[in-house]
Ligand binder design. Structure first.
Ligand code: UDP
Ligand code: MG
Length: 316
């Protein structure tokens, strides 16, 4: 456990204004650690000069640049970086210097001292617009519900993972994923520490509302079948309401006579409600099966054995 190697994975998409400043701050921090380290910069199909600027840093022995064929999105880019890491502790961070690199030594210290699998971060005073913070709040609530892990800030990508957690995430081969949530599936000891947050150094955010909504969907759809359940329960509720309405009409008919309820038109409505409800229910049932197929094709491992103790037990 003595010499922990550190890897830092940074997704880069159109960050030409930030790369110089980022490396100018990150490299000294990494060198001060007195541990072997590598920095993996993943160019996520940038359309500006980012890739050229990144490549200039490869003259440094600890810097590697991964070029993707097109823009795959932040989480896929990080996964691509994960696929080539060599370190024992793997950190992720943004390229726009919103996450101060100076927090890295503290995160590594917390991880080693507490023997954590994942160290997340909470942005102490977030320097983003209200419109950017609100969707994040929603994502946090959803992520807490879905994963059952009570982390406070899921969106901050300054995070540290132990290598085995990274390997397990890679083994998932998921199309659309949300790395902080996926990591909790494979991590036992998880913690969060507070970090500073800064304004974006240069350029502008790559997360317009449209992408944030997509992220929310990725999170809900990849990690839960809540929407399917919603359809199903909605259908059951609608059917029950239809039945109640029908019963009410029948009683009213007995009490007030034939002329009540517009000569039976309302009765048709009641019947309609029951059937519409049943249709939704049927959709939900089909959805349940699709959900099962989805989980099957996703091939997320049902369990991962950490270690086997006892005679002839452990793997190499
Ligand atoms: N990013 C990426 N691919 C994308 C969008 C963003 O690799 O399609 C990177 C981006 O370069 C940055 C990080 O993901 O390093 C976070 O993006 P951004 O700062 O725009 O998001 P925000 O801080 O607004 O959440
Ligand atoms: Mg940012």
């Amino acid at each position: 456990m003595s010499e922990m190697r550190i890897s830092v994975v940074i997704p880069v998409y159109n960050e030409e204004a930030n790369i110089q400043a980022l490396m100018g701050r990150l490299l000294p921090v990494m060198e001060s650690l007195a541990k072997p380290f590598e920095i993996i910069l993943v160019d996520d199909g940038s359309r500006d000069r980012s890739l050229d600027l990144l490549k200039e840093f490869t003259s440094h022995p600890s810097v590697r640049v991964v070029e993707l064929t097109r823009n795959y999105g932040q989480h896929a880019a990080i996964m691509a970086g994960f696929s080539v890491v060599r370190g024992d502790i793997v950190l992720t961070m943004d390229a726009d210097l919103q996450n101060p690199p100076e927090e890295i030594p503290n995160m590594i210290r917390v991880m080693e001292e507490g023997e954590y699998d994942v160290v997340g971060t909470i942005r102490k005073s977030r320097k983003d617009s209200f419109l950017r913070i609100l969707p994040s709040k929603m994502i946090n609530v959803v992520a807490r519900k879905i994963t059952g892990v009570s982390m406070r800030d899921w969106g901050c990508m300054l995070r540290a993972y132990r290598r085995p957690v990274v390997e397990r995430m890679l083994a998932c081969h998921e199309q659309a994923t949300f790395i902080p949530a996926l990591a909790t599936v494979f991590a036992k000891r998880v913690t969060e520490i507070e970090v500073e947050h800064e304004e974006r150094f240069g350029g502008k955010s790559n997360y317009p509302l449209r992408k944030l909504i997509n992220l929310q969907f990725d999170l809900v759809a990849s990690f839960s079948d809540f929407p399917i359940k919603l359809i199903m329960y909605g259908g059951i509720l609608m059917s029950l309401l239809g039945v109640c309405f029908g019963a009410f009409l029948a009683i009213a008919r007995l009490v007030y006579g034939v002329r009540w309820a517009a000569e039976g038109i309302f009765t048709l409505f009641a019947i309609l409600f029951v059937f519409v409800g049943l249709q939704f229910f049927a959709l939900g049932v089909i959805g349940e099966y699709i959900g099962r197929i989805f989980r099957e094709v996703r091939k997320r491992p049902e369990f991962v054995i950490e270690r086997i103790y006892g005679r002839d037990g452990d793997r190499p």
